[in-house]
Design a protein around this ligand. Structure first.
Ligand SMILES: [Zn+2]
Length: 346
């Protein structure tokens, strides 16, 4: 039987509806949870995020969200559970860490591939730990991440093994591959688009996963979109992996959301013409609630909170349809592809 492992338990994969493959219900860079200014009222925040789900996801047929928040970036199992119970949304948590430069607490940097593998497997099969306490809430997928810090973006240097991947990230990627094979779950990744200037970061991640024997058809290369990198996407697709077009409606490393949307839509059409319809997924990479917004609204990163969830169907889908993309193709991309990738056989 194929299931999705949600924070409220396993559900049959056919019940997942449309799926957003990379979002964040609650998000704060490592350390934010220590800031007096970002203390928040839990029930009020659950209500606020639930309202966004009820008004922006459920009416558009989205029944499932993959919460890609890494363990040290404010991942809060109880928060996800409370939103899932309040809204009926299927929430899949991930296990995994941020890029070395932005996260991976020192405690975890010191650990072996075997220890990291065990951590991921236990998150996926026993439940995640929060603030020293074991919870019964399991992760359902793994995140891997590479690249530099993004406030002053620059490409990653060559790391210990000849790739633009840090030695700690290399270990985490190998552990992720081993854990995913043991549990049978999918992997979704974060690459930094700056790295396109020096390499194809998706290929580098996939090479490492391939070395440990991971089935690349269960791997999504995220943030694969920044134009004009269609050839890099093709390279990843030829290796058997999937690509995620994200930041829909969110300007990131490019002039405007409009410019990015148009370039991504053209890339999507090209990839469909190339025969890759069954290997594309879509998401916003939206922050439903980032407590940082209570401190400042001038942090450019907070753009991720501003796009309306209905934008997918008020702007993005009409844009795709005007380029000839059909409803059937959209169902493949929004329902069937992510369902295949994140399903776990039990
Ligand atoms: Zn993200």
């Amino acid at each position: 039987m194929q299931i999705f492992r949600t924070v409220l338990g396993d559900i049959p994969a056919e019940e997942t509806g449309r799926i957003l493959t990379h979002e964040h219900l609650l998000y704060g860079y490592p350390g934010a949870e220590l800031d007096h200014r970002t203390v928040f009222d839990h029930p009020a925040a659950v209500e606020r995020v639930s309202g966004q789900v009820i008004n922006g996801m459920l009416p558009n047929g989205y029944k499932t969200l993959i919460d890609m928040t890494p363990a040290e970036v404010g991942r809060h199992p109880q928060f996800m559970v409370d939103v899932a119970e309040r809204t009926g949304l299927n929430v899949v948590a991930i296990t995994g860490f941020f890029p070395e430069r932005m996260g991976v607490p020192y405690y975890w940097r010191r650990q072996t591939i075997e220890e990291l593998t065990e951590f991921f497997v236990r998150d996926l099969t026993e439940g995640m730990v929060f603030a020293w306490q074991q919870t019964p809430y399991k992760a359902g997928a793994i995140k891997i991440a590479t690249g530099q810090e993004s406030v002053f973006p620059k490409p990653s240097p060559v790391g210990a093994y000849g790739r633009h991947v840090h030695e700690v990230e290399d270990r985490l990627i190998r552990a992720a591959g081993r854990a995913a094979m043991e549990v049978g779950c999918g992997i979704n990744t974060h690459i930094d688009p700056m790295d396109f200037e020096v390499t194809n970061p998706g290929r580098e991640q996939l090479e490492i996963l391939d070395e440990v024997g991971m089935d690349l058809s269960k791997v999504i290369i995220g943030h694969a979109f920044v134009p004009p990198q269609v050839n890099m996407m093709r390279e990843v697709l030829k290796m058997g992996a999937n690509v995620q077009l994200d930041h829909i409606g969110i300007p990131w490393r490019i002039g405007s959301a409009e410019e990015l949307d148009e370039a991504m839509a053209n890339a999507l059409v090209e990839l469909i013409e190339d025969g890759y319809l069954d290997r594309i997924v879509l998401s916003f990479d939206r922050w439903f609630f980032n407590p940082r917004a209570t401190v400042t609204d001038s942090d450019p990163q907070l753009e991720n909170e501003k796009v309306d969830l209905n934008y997918m169907f008020t702007s993005w889908v009409p844009r795709l349809k005007s380029k000839g993309v059909t409803d059937e193709q959209l169902d493949q991309i929004m329902i069937h592809n992510p369902r295949r990738i994140f399903s776990i056989a039990v």
